[in-house]
Design a protein around this ligand. Sequence first.
Ligand SMILES: [Zn+2]
Length: 181
Amino acid sequence: MDLDKGVTSNYIPVTSPISWDEYFMLQAMLASFRSKDPSTKVGCVFVDENNHQITMGYNGFVAGLDESKLPWGKDRSAPLQHQKYAYVVHAEANAILHAPRSLVGSRCYVSLFPCHECAKLLASSKVDEIIYLSDKHKHTDSTAIARRIFDMAGIKYRPLVLSDDVLGNLSDHLLRLLNSV
Ligand SMILES: [Zn+2]
């Protein structure tokens, strides 16, 4: 029997409704959904060369502290001890802290362009590429320093735009899943 001349009706041409870039950016966005920060929710995932997720993180207070005693406010006129900045660990830092293995050569998908403090950690971890959704702080010194660190370390970085098609496909998919329960 010639297997190549079998029934052809099941051989349906299909394309993936989502690219790896889009998939991992959505993962980063989902991670950000876990953040309790009322003003800036950031999420990230690190991925290896085989598109396997290594670690994820979102911005939150230092692990293990009583969060009810810490401030989420960002009023910089208050003493630092009464600002969130004194206690928050950024998404990238949390992901790096909890990585179960080396991040050398990995890609980092992050919902907001990294600050210079995280850029130090990313470069020291020898991450290969940063893919970001927003760079709303692009005119700050912190972003300029982060870019300088990435350039000096040879780390690539690029923005990713999530198309309406992807969001629509995802929405349709989720609704189909829910309706099949
Ligand atoms: Zn940061």
